[in-house]
Each structure stands twice: as structure tokens, then as C-alpha cells.
Write a protein that binds this ligand. Sequence first.
Ligand code: NDP
Length: 404
Amino acid sequence: MGKKVIIIGAGGVGNVVAKKCAMNPAYFSEVVLASRTLKKCEAIAEECKKIGLPTSVQTRQVDADDVPALVQLFNQEKPFMVINVALPYQDLTIMDACLATGVHYLDTANYEPKDVAKFEYSWQWAYQERFKKAGLMALLGCGFDPGVTGVYTAYANKHYFDEMHYLDIIDCNAGDHGKAFATNFNPEINIREITQKGKYWENGEWIEIDAMSIHKPISYPNIGPKESYLLYHEELESLVKNFPTIKRARFWMTFGQAYLTHLEVLQNVGMTSIHPIKFNGLDIVPLEFLKAVLPEPGTLGENYSGQTSIGCQIKGTKDNSEVTYYVYNNCHHADCYKEVQAQGVSYTTGVPAMIGASLMCEGVWFNPGVYNVEEFNPDPFMELLNIHGLPWHEEVNGELPHTY
Ligand code: NDP
């Protein structure tokens, strides 16, 4: 018997989560999609009907910055859980509303305050005792990265290593959406992420580097070598905490030259700033204005060709011998569009969110408190990835894409 779920956020990722939930009535008996702009929810619900999904999606308008409005919505709908795929700014207000109404919580990106481009888990980890006391569970970062990358790491640790020592998460988008410049997920969040300083973990401390200053070609399966940049990414924080044998953890992501050139120009002219300026008597945040003129991630799918490839490569030991391990998924943008009218980055985020929610609904992953994905048994999640559209491949002691 499935459970009732509310999805908050009707963007690129929300579209995928809504459709994947509506496709799986065994996990989700009722699906409500709520967002700031009601007509975006209605358009997705209409498409679900058009493609003949078994569960009809109900729609609601809500401003997720407003705790009383969320409390009212949750009290009316009485869902088992909420899947938060709005923006990281809304994580804490939605968690507060969950505590006030007895609703379980899942998200795909950790909280960041609007006025500081800084993301870390401390704010959400601080809810641990309150969730535990209320008998509620919050699952943090259950997209692809963070999300599947944490599950991959937990799976590697469980099955292949006594001690993991070196972790490299490698993320490639070798797709082409045909636009001069666009971001694959929310532009504001994406640009904040890559214009801040890079950071990686080595020998018990964080090493900070200038943004995009370390890069090298990495050879991705079925794609080939692509220039990849060392970034700070939020799952590094929880993974080095939960797997303390890791001596070094880094995150790499590909960017095309045209993207980097656009970004450099936008930065040089001040368009990526998060500090308000006065314009015609109004306070305007340049990055928020830039977001308004860029294509929305949910609209990029139609002519998107090529594929993504995201994986973890790990070096460590088992029975005193050295082991290397690589696990990854490749995902074609066109296949995602055919199935749920989305591009691959929304798809690879939305499917794991649905899977995490299904495991919570079924009680397979369930523990009161606030958790990251790698704290649960990875096996059932890995099985569901193969079933729901993100099959994975592994190589043990094979050649690694990233040479050390
Ligand atoms: P979009 O910009 O396409 O969608 C965001 C949605 O949230 C929009 O529908 C927006 O509404 C809605 N929203 C924003 N503010 C509020 C609010 N105050 N109240 C209610 N709804 C609101 O972004 P994406 O779908 O691409 O990304 C969604 C989330 O997924 C982001 O947090 C992103 O960081 C995360 N993500 C995680 C990844 C992972 O692998 N873990 C990868 C990619 C994304 P409106 O249309 O009115 O603006």
C-alpha cells in the first residue's frame, strides 16, 4: 500500500520527481505537487495525464519561504512525507513545517543562506535531536551528486574495502542543448556553486584553492577525455565524516570552453554578484536578474543530445591488498526526454529522490533523525537504480578514468 507524498518545487527536477512518483503507485498512493507558481504545477500534472501515468497529480500553490503557509498545506493534505526539490534556501523552512506537522522530509541540496554563497550541512545537522524526538526522519542530499555518489561510496565500502583511502567523484556532462549559455539546474544555485573557492579534503583538513584553478582531462566511459575542474561539492563534507579512513576526497566536474568564457565575462561585468545594487530606485541582485534572462533548466530537454557520466573512483585496501574500484552511470539526455520530457541533469537528480522516498515510504530506509544517504544500507537503493532508469556499472581493479 503506497503512501501520500507532497513534492515542493515544479522546476526541472520537480517535473521528473512528480512523473516518477505518479508512475509508481505501489510506493506512492497520492501525489501532490506544490510550488510558488501554480501554473507550472498544472502544466506538469497535465503532461502526466497526457502520457497516461496511473496516478493523477494534484496541484497546490505554496510559498515555501513561509512556514505558516507550509504548515497549513501539510495539515490539509496530511502527507507521509515531503520531497523538497525547490531551492536550497527553502530547506530549513520546510524542515520546520515538517516538525510542526509530523511529516517526514527528503531533499537533494543542502541549505545555503541567500546572502552568503556558502553551503554546508551544519544548519540541517542541527535538526538531528528535534527530528529524533518527534519520531521523524529527514534524508539529506538524495539526488545524484549529492545522493547516488554517497550510495556508491557506501556500496564500495560495504562490498570491496576494509579501508577506503582515496575518493574522486567525477561528473561529466557531454551533452549539447544547442543554447549559447544555459545552466542544467537552477542558474542561481549553479553559478553560486562554481564561482566560490574550490576545496578538497586531504590528511584531515580542507585545502582551499582559487575557483576552477585545478583542472585536468579525465577519460569518461563511452565519452573520452574531457577537461574536468576541481570544485567543492557538498557530499565531500558528509562522506569524510561518515568514512573517516578517507585520506583524500575530491570532486571533479567538466565544463565546456564556451560555458567558461560566458561565465568569465558575466563575472567580470558583475552579473554574478549576490549583493544588491540600486537600479532605477529598486534593489536588484545581479545574479537573480541573470537567472531571469537565462533559459529555465526544465526547458532544455527537447533537443538535448549526448550523455552524462557520473561516478566514484576509490582506492583503498582489502585483506591488506590494494584495491581500485570505479562505479558509474551514463545517462542519455534524449532517453530522459522521451520518458519524462526532461534533460539528463534533472533526470539524474529526480530519479534518486523518488527512490529515496520510496525506501522511506516502505520503511526499508527508516530511522528517526537527520541522515545523509551513505548512513543507510546501499544495497536496496542500488537495486532500484537499475530498475528505475539509472543502471550502474562497476570495475574492480580495472583501469581508472582519473590517473592519480
Ligand atoms: P528550477 O529552478 O528548475 O526549479 C526550482 C523550483 O522551485 C521552481 O519551480 C521554483 O518556482 C520553485 N521555488 C523556488 N522558490 C520557491 C519558494 N519560495 N516556494 C515554492 N517554490 C519555490 O531548479 P531545478 O529543478 O533544476 O533544481 C531544483 C533543486 O534540485 C535545487 O535545489 C538544486 O540545487 C537541486 N539539484 C540537486 C542535484 C543533485 O544531484 N543533488 C542536481 C541538480 C539540482 P518558480 O518557478 O516560481 O521560480
